[in-house]
Design a protein around this ligand. Structure first.
Ligand SMILES: [Fe+2]
Length: 298
């Protein structure tokens, strides 16, 4: 199956074989080693995505992109991104070879270092990602790190991740990240907009999440989201909508431990479930995933 959904698979450690020299798994981006073909792939992805995002990406994403040294012609140099990010929100971008173990990932985020894959997908894989590459990580994530609310939220997620590991509640916390930082929508004055990096960097899902009649779009509720499974292999069946990015800041001030407890006691929810208590922006007809099931059944 093809998908350009870029899963935050930091939960799947690459294993000792891939362990780099540095304990924090960082490597040099090796910017000078990118080939003309690598830059050309970036350009293809960048140009088709920037055409799609007006009217779909939230204002903060557009502004962040505008203020960063991210353009069509070459893969951005992480050092130059950090020079702009650091004075703005205290974040920097560090290169990693791909997936890193959870504790390493959380420690980076807790210290305002965003680990970005330094490799780029191949030209025949434009819409397929096994693991997040430089296009997903830089185009999708870095513009949002220019926003102070997201910047604080992702740092708190890193700190919370280290705690959740000890409490055994990582899956509940990972769902919060998934349905916000990766696949979140928000209410803007002129309609729903995307801010999640998994969709902002995806040619097909950035259209699907807002234009398709298939998925549910439901008001974000922290405990409800902690109970909700997600799809890692296809478009989401449900997108959760926050009021604005400042709502994420409220979550940085909450003790998640009691929420983990009640979320663990309550039944787990499937990705397409809609509850009577949900505040529904649009109830999906499920047509896309229904057709996929039919397709695979025959
Ligand atoms: Fe991501």
């Amino acid at each position: 199956m093809l998908t350009d959904t870029a899963a935050p698979k930091h939960g799947l450690a690459a294993g000792d074989a891939g362990r780099p020299e540095n304990a924090d798994w960082t490597i040099s981006q090796g910017w000078e080693h990118y080939t003309p073909a690598d830059h050309a792939t970036w350009k293809t992805l960048y140009e088709r995505q920037t055409k799609l995002l007006p009217g779909r990406a939230c204002d903060e994403f557009v502004q962040g992109m505008r203020d960063l040294p991210i353009g069509a012609d070459e893969i951005p140099d992480f050092r130059h991104l950090s020079e702009v990010l650091m004075p703005r929100t205290g974040w920097q971008v560090v290169a990693v070879p791909g997936l890193v173990p959870d504790d390493v990932f959380f420690d980076h985020l807790a210290n305002r270092r965003f680990p970005a894959g330094n490799f780029i997908r191949k030209p025949h894989e434009l819409d397929y990602l096994e693991e997040p590459d430089v296009f997903h990580d830089v185009f999708g994530h870095v513009p949002m790190l220019m926003n102070p609310a997201i910047a604080d939220f992702i740092q708190a997620y890193g700190q919370g991740g280290l705690r959740a590991q000890k409490l055994g509640n990582l899956s509940q916390l990972a769902r919060v990240y998934w349905y916000t930082v990766e696949f979140g929508l928000l209410q803007q004055g002129d309609g729903l907009r995307l801010y999640g990096s998994g969709i902002a960097s995806s040619y097909t899902e950035s259209q699907f999440c807002l234009d398709s009649p298939s998925p549910n779009r439901i008001r974000f509720d922290l405990e409800r989201v902690m109970r909700t499974n997600y799809r890692i292999d296809d478009f989401q069946e449900t997108y959760f909508v926050i009021r604005d990015l400042d709502e994420l800041l409220e979550f940085t001030r909450i003790d998640f431990a009691p929420l983990y407890e009640s979320a663990t006691r309550a039944p787990e929810l499937q990705p397409g479930d809609v509850l009577p208590t949900d505040q529904v922006f649009s109830r999906g007809d499920g047509s896309y995933h229904h057709a996929r099931k039919q397709g695979t059944a025959t």
